[in-house]
Design a protein. Sequence first.
Length: 192
Amino acid sequence: MLQDALQFLLRVIFDLFASALWLRFYMQWARVPFHNPFAQFIVKVTDFAVRPTRRVIPGLFGLDLASLLLFLLTETLLILASLWLAGYPLGLAGSSVLPGIGLMALAASLRLAIYICMGLVLIQAVMSWINPYSPFASVFAALSRPLVAPFQRIIPPIGGVDLSPLAVIILMQLVLVAPVAGLERYARTLVW
């Protein structure tokens, strides 16, 4: 029971920090203006880790590779800590399980990034109905635009209702069910 509580706490802490790192990377990729309270919060939460890492890993083509690397590293540390808490013999397993752990971390990172993107699309859709003039509305619209815009070109609004966020969420769920879940299963076979 204590092990489950520790697993839960680790997952919450690591996933919240990893989410902030992903959002920092994604906001820069999507060219979201950083002069808003949401972006400033993300920057303040992650700055202690991203700034020193940027000295070693510079950006490339305008992408914040330091945030992306820290995002993947955070998920890898979470996988290692979870395996250790579950009693997995990391010391005895040797380096042969490293590819499996790396793939598990990649799958966990993809899953978390997809869930974050789904949440952004959902928040933007709800905000557009409830309070489109909120100070955060423009931020979430900019964050969801790269995901929703291709579908908006294909799916016309029906009765004034934009169904493209629904299509994005369905497609992301399919990605979670097929490739990401398959990668997780394969990674587990390499570790166990």
